[in-house]
Write a protein that binds this ligand. Structure first.
Ligand code: IMP
Ligand code: MG
Length: 182
């Protein structure tokens, strides 16, 4: 690489520097999850609720939510890939027949993943099927999806933390942040 090339590369790397702007603090998120947990416990009083987590992002939210639900809980995981076409890469191991099912997702964006997943799970004969998402970007919706429990409606910005990743990073942040490039 010549002198000029090296300089250009350094400049490009500098441009790529990123930082996280806090959108929702850990306290705000925890408080809201507590509220949703209480609401679900009330709505499903006397029943057993079955949480279906949309991997991988949904698992962080599901763990926190499950801890705050006071009715009996069982949980499953299902993994999807979405890039216009949704694909199930890891299906559930258990039957949903006659169960009270809540699908737990980190974020609803275009709605493609969830509309596909909910249609698919409906065919398995659950007693009921609801959707709980930590975050929703309603502006981005391409396919209509009915959300039963929403943590927060957020603007159209790319967020990370609480299970949400940017290139597999930042999932572990205990708050929700926006990736910004300097
Ligand atoms: P949808 O099918 O467009 O609704 O896509 C939902 C999926 O896209 C989520 O489960 C996330 O994995 C991913 N996603 C959408 N928006 C964001 C974001 O702001 N940050 C990180 N992942 C996102
Ligand atoms: Mg997801």
């Amino acid at each position: 690489i010549n002198k000029k090339g090296v300089r250009l590369k350094a400049k490009r790397q500098k441009k790529m520097a990123e930082h996280i702007r806090v959108l929702l603090t850990e306290e705000e998120v925890d408080k809201r999850i507590q509220e949703i947990g209480e609401q679900i416990s009330k709505d499903y009083a006397g029943k057993q609720v079955h949480l279906v987590c949309v991997l991988k992002g949904g698992s962080f939210f599901m763990c926190e939510l499950a801890k705050r639900i006071t009715v009996p809980v069982s949980s499953y995981g299902s993994d999807t890939k979405s890039s216009g076409v949704v694909k199930i890469v890891k299906d559930l191991d258990e039957s949903l027949k006659d169960k009270e099912v809540i699908v737990v997702e980190d974020i609803v964006d275009s709605g493609r993943t969830l509309s596909y997943l909910l249609e698919m799970l409906k065919d398995r004969g659950p007693a009921s099927l609801r959707l709980c998402t930590l975050l929703d970007k309603p502006e981005r919706r391409v396919i209509d999806v009915h959300v039963d429990y929403t943590g927060f409606n957020i603007p159209d910005e790319f967020v990370v933390g609480y299970g949400l990743d940017y290139d597999q990073r930042y999932r572990n942040l205990p708050y929700i942040g926006v990736v910004e490039f300097d």
